[in-house]
Design a protein around this ligand. Structure first.
Ligand SMILES: *Cc1c(COP(=O)(O)O)cnc(C)c1O
Length: 425
């Protein structure tokens, strides 16, 4: 038995499914998750001493590659001064100033501890600000695991084949309306029915939790217009796209201004961090300024802020990173596209910048319904072929491949060669 198998067996006795987040458990592809001991650059090493080329990147945060010295050193420095104070610190001010500086339209930001918390709080702020109750989300978009938005969610919810979570009461989701990604008419229909009741539309500007689904031409612009027309707020959930597509995230990349934006993943540089923010006028509803309560014992934690500041500083001072990342993404994903075509593989490839993935369906994937046409058993075979050849992909058809600044052209060429040999078989 391998060390990973041993550990997974032990873990399964004391942790539900052996993991602290469902997708890690390999349920949809079968087999045993690799227990990781360390990671460096584009590579991770498991308990059995095997090293893999990694395209998960901790699900996004490791945009600079694993264990980046510039982030690690700042964290270690901060640790020397104490782990938490429960009182304000300069690092929180610096972090907020940096976010406001880098993100278009951002005037005030509140730090939290995860993407889930960021979204939950942003929705509460939107409801408090507008005095309205209803929220529109898109099927297949994932916004964390808080009650009100766990309907037709992506990520691990999709993988389990359950559209909705047990334990979430009808009352919690009765004000959540589900629309179809890339289909403005489905949103218009909701506004027709509830013209003055929608507090906000929340959307992943590039859907990356039902596999990667780019926004169709005009989709995000259309949402912006509808929100403005009906007095609803537009919330961009940039937990994945933030600081990835560009320093200013999807707002900058697509040139669209949201009213509230949520962050997680990259913003913490690998520490558990989330954030939400927007215009002063909206953020002023948050306690203690306003009546919308939101708090956190460890929010703005000094170690987490040190990691976040280091990460954002590197991204801000090296704008070239984005050009290179997007070029590397382009090289990988157009390479895969060509292979799929040349081998007549019954697969589709979607990508935006450094995010992309192969869907095991020949049909175009533009929303939840079309993503679900994928042959997940076929994906499992592909996944295990890659893993056997030491390439670590997200263990689900519906997770993105994340390219980092540490991936070299050689890494990508090697990956393409493996993908070619798999599909040419
Ligand atoms: C990961 C993710 C979340 C949830 O963030 P957690 O830190 O896992 O709570 C929310 N929205 C999107 C788009 C995500 O990808």
């Amino acid at each position: 038995m391998s060390r990973s198998e041993e550990l997974f067996k032990r873990a399964s006795e004391v942790i539900p499914g052996g993991v602290n987040s469902p997708v890690r458990a390999f349920r949809s592809v079968g087999g045993t998750p690799r227990f990781i001991t360390s990671a460096q650059g584009a590579h991770i090493t498991d308990e059995d001493g095997e090293t893999y080329l990694d395209f998960i990147g901790s699900w996004g945060p490791m945009i600079l590659g694993h264990n980046h010295a510039g982030v690690r050193e700042k964290v270690m420095e901060a640790c020397m001064d104490g782990l938490s104070f429960g009182a304000p610190t300069e690092r929180e001010v610096i972090m907020a100033e940096m976010i406001c500086d880098m993100v278009p339209g951002m005037e005030m930001v509140r730090m939290v501890n995860s993407g889930t918390e960021a979204v939950m709080s942003a929705i509460r702020a939107a409801r408090g600000f507008t005095g309205r109750n209803k929220i529109v989300k898109f099927a297949g978009c994932y916004h964390g695991h808080s009650d009100s938005i766990l309907i037709k969610a992506g990520s691990g919810v999709m993988e389990g084949g359950v559209p909705d979570s047990s334990g979430v009461t009808k009352g919690c989701t009765e004000d959540t309306l589900s629309a179809v990604y890339n289909d403005l008419s489905s949103v218009e229909a909701i506004f027709d029915q509830y013209p003055d009741q929608v507090a906000a539309i929340i959307v992943e500007p590039v859907a990356a939790n039902m596999g990667v689904v780019p926004p169709a031409e005009g989709f995000l612009e259309g949402l912006r217009k509808l929100c403005t027309r009906y007095g609803a707020l537009l919330i961009f959930d940039e937990v994945i796209t933030g600081f990835r597509l560009a320093a200013g995230g999807a707002q900058e990349y697509f040139g669209i201004q949201a009213d509230l934006v949520t962050y997680g993943k990259i913003i913490g540089g690998g520490m558990p961090v989330g954030a939400y923010g927007g215009r002063k006028e909206i953020m002023s509803v948050i306690s203690p300024l306003g009546p919308v309560y939101q708090a956190g014992t460890l929010s703005g934690n000094p170690i987490a802020m040190a990691a976040g500041i280091a990460m954002l500083t590197i991204l801000k001072e090296n704008p070239d990173i984005y050009r290179k990342l997007n070029e590397m993404g382009e090289y990988l994903f157009t390479g895969i596209k060509a292979i799929l075509k040349e081998t007549n593989a019954p697969c589709t490839l979607n990508y935006v910048g450094s995010l992309g993935n192969i869907f095991c369906t020949p049909e175009p994937v533009v929303n939840y319904e079309t993503a679900q046409k994928s042959d997940t058993a076929e994906f499992g075979k592909y996944f295990h072929f890659m893993l056997d050849h030491h390439v670590h992909l997200g263990p689900s058809q519906f997770e993105a491949m994340f390219v980092s600044a540490a991936h070299t052209k050689e890494d990508i060429d090697h990956t393409l060669e493996l993908i070619r040999s798999y599909f040419a078989k």
